[in-house]
Design a protein around this ligand. Sequence first.
Ligand SMILES: *Cc1c(COP(=O)(O)O)cnc(C)c1O
Length: 544
Amino acid sequence: MKKEPTVAYFCMEYGLQSDFKIYAGGLGILAGDLLKAAKDLKKPVVGIGILWRQGSTRQVIHENGWPMDCFPEYRYDFLKDTGVTVRVSVRERPITLKVWLCDCFGNAPLFLLDANLAENSDRLITGQLYGWFHEERIAQEIILGIGGVRALRALGIQADLYHFNDSHPMFASFELIREEMKAGRSFEEARAKVRQSIVFTTHTPVAAGNEVHEHKLLEYMGAYNGLSYEQVKEIGGDPFNMTVAGLRMARLANGVAALHAQTAQKMWAGVEDAAPILAVTNGVHNGTWQDKAIRDAYLAGRPLMPVHKRLKMHLLSEIARRCGVRLNPEALTIGFARRAAPYKRGDLIFGKMELIEPLLKNGTLQLIFSGKAHPNDLTGKEIVSKMVQMAKKYPSAIVFVQDYDMQVGALLTRGCDVWLNTPLRPLEASGTSGMKAAMNGVLNLSILDGWWPEGCINGVNGWQIGDGTQGEGEEQNDRDRDFLYKALFDEVMPAWYQHPATWESMMRMSVQMATDRFSAARMLRDYYETMYQAAPEEPVKTQA
Ligand SMILES: *Cc1c(COP(=O)(O)O)cnc(C)c1O
């Protein structure tokens, strides 16, 4: 058997533990779960990231109902000092980066770069995750990409493959090219060689989520790393598109669900010389996200509902403590927690209040919302504030849990009865909270987007909203809203209130569907089989 390739996994954020706030959301939790799976499966993976001194936003709701961002300075006493520092150049000035090791959350080794040193003129360049402005973002990406490769060298870690999780680490490829050119290769030779060692995961199908930079700015910031305008343009175009660059620097790329891979193929079809885009569906780490009591009951063939009721009670008492609202444990309780973005359509269920309001008032339907907006995203904050208003209007039936983080995520995906997801298809790349819910027997009620078309057997292990076809614009909103009501009134509510045996069997089918197929272990095995396995020397066949 061939030796398994050692993979250096690069990502801007990592969600390993709720209070270690170097993550913002799904991308980071995916990265954290992958490192945990690597540890469990003893795969030779190391992570490269940034030690965000102020983390991502702690977003609390002001008395006036508007989300407010706080950035505490965190202490990270649990990290190990590797004794290694590396340097990068930003705006032609040196920045020294200390390299910390994080290996205490059941994860494969994660090396974190930290600019918070007295000798640096800007110690907070590694301050806020996705914070600051355009120039600082590029500086942070220089630190992650170029600093990350230098850290691997300084640590003496030999990587066979570099996996870029989303495009933020793109500049790592410029450092790898620079190394090869220093060894005497031409730019074209260096690029071709380096390309054999890079794989790239693309995430967002929302155009605005794909970063574009002006060349002038890249050059000024030092991102060129010794390359010329023509060379950099050949990789990412002008203006420089980070995703396009990823596709042109990787030997293979992937989307994060089967449907998303198709969407990404269409989206980037016009990019010449792009890597083929395969599909590796995301998964979540069972040890982190699946409640042990549910898992044990499932494996022993014992009923799941008694365990679920305990988890629901735990959630409701936590909500009473945090929000001062006592929800009814007998009432059907639907959870919805997302980053606040318009395409997620958290308000779809309120589309016809005349249908929903009676249920909220007679106590047969309870809704628990959570979510954060990016600090600079006013539209997202508007969405959060609308949810807060709804909770104020129906205080006994709707709650909004502030400061969505891994702990809130874990509580909700264990303790709700139903997990609602209503994205505008096909904009949900994968969605992993639904997988967490599914493996706890919390039944998904979701648009057939992201991972759900792969898991859903309608009426057996959860429910689909709609038929997987698309309308246009507002029409699609109206159709999806009506499909949501149809599923809710005709199937979900009758099952909860009248057919407990059906519910019990659906919970079991849900756990069965998700436990292995949507685990991070399965995902990592897939990465090894489809993306990592070919030895770097072997030419990779491109798709016809
Ligand atoms: C799981 C999780 C996510 C990602 O879930 P989606 O379904 O992609 O929205 C985001 N944030 C937190 C805190 C999570 O636990």
